[in-house]
Every structure is written in structure tokens, then in C-alpha cells.
Design a protein around this ligand. Structure first.
Ligand SMILES: [Zn+2]
Length: 147
């Protein structure tokens, strides 16, 4: 077991603590950095899991990307794709839903595509979620080339 960031071998305690809270293999130092980030921006742990999954798949993601107004859970800047993890989708109000739609509209106007992924998908359909996002990235790349 090694840290996903620095490849240092993890101690049993480090592994256990990172897996229990974030669900990814990180050393104490990198776990602390991620903890700081998630506290500051409210990034859900599923975003961190998905980030490392996309990174492993070679997608060049950015975690907690600041777009000038707010933090985007994961951004793929090469194709201007923003990925938000929805943790509240089961009890979403109309107000929140219209807010989301407006955010999507604004980012679209600025050339960004926003997709919202329910956190349960990351938990229960991890590989499918990663491969669908890779497909979206491929599609966006093709469209960029066409323009
Ligand atoms: Zn590390």
C-alpha cells in the first residue's frame, strides 16, 4: 500500500485512517493536505475518490478548482469540463435545482460544461462513473477539434 500522491509506503495506521475518512490511500502528510482542502471548500469525499480514479485513468483532473466565484469539485481544464458531486440530490428543493440550472447555464455561456454526479454513483458504480466521464472528455475533445 503506497500513497497515491508521493508513492511512499503507508503504515497500517496511516492506511486505516485515510481509508476510513477519505476512502483513498494517502500518507499522513497528503491526507492532512486533502483534509485542509475539503474543510476549506466543502469538497465531499466522493469527489476525492473520483479525482484519484480519473487521475489514474490519465484524465489530468484538478481537485477543488477555483473558478473565480466558487470551488468546483473536479475540473478537467483541457476540455473545460466541471464535475460537481451532488450529496443532497435526494432531498433537493426547487430553489436548489434552479440554482444548479442557472450555474450550468452560466458556465455553459463561458464555454464550460458542467455535469453533476450523485455521490452514490461514485460509491456504488465507481468504474462505470469513471469510464463515462472519460467518454465525455473524449466527446468534448472531438467537439473542440471540430470548432
Ligand atoms: Zn503522500
Amino acid at each position: 500500500m503506497t500513497c497515491l500522491e508521493c508513492k511512499n509506503v503507508l503504515t497500517y495506521i496511516d492506511h486505516k485512517s485515510a481509508m476510513a475518512t477519505l476512502g483513498v490511500e494517502l500518507c499522513a502528510r497528503h491526507k492532512a493536505l486533502i483534509d485542509k482542502l475539503t474543510k476549506k471548500y466543502g469538497t465531499p469525499k466522493e469527489a476525492i475518490q473520483l479525482y484519484y480514479g480519473l487521475k489514474k485513468a490519465g484524465a489530468n483532473p484538478t481537485l477543488a478548482w477555483w473558478d473565480g466565484k466558487k470551488s468546483i469539485d473536479i475540473a478537467i481544464s483541457r476540455v473545460k469540463l466541471n464535475i460537481e458531486i451532488d450529496t443532497e440530490y435526494l432531498m433537493i428543493t426547487e430553489d436548489r435545482a434552479i440554482e444548479h440550472l442557472e450555474e450550468t447555464m452560466h458556465s455553459f455561456k463561458n464555454g464550460f460544461t458542467t455535469i453533476r454526479i450523485p455521490h452514490d454513483l461514485v460509491t456504488y458504480y465507481f468504474n462505470e462513473t469513471v469510464s463515462n466521464i472519460l467518454g465525455i472528455i473524449e466527446g468534448l475533445k472531438t467537439n473542440i477539434r471540430l470548432i
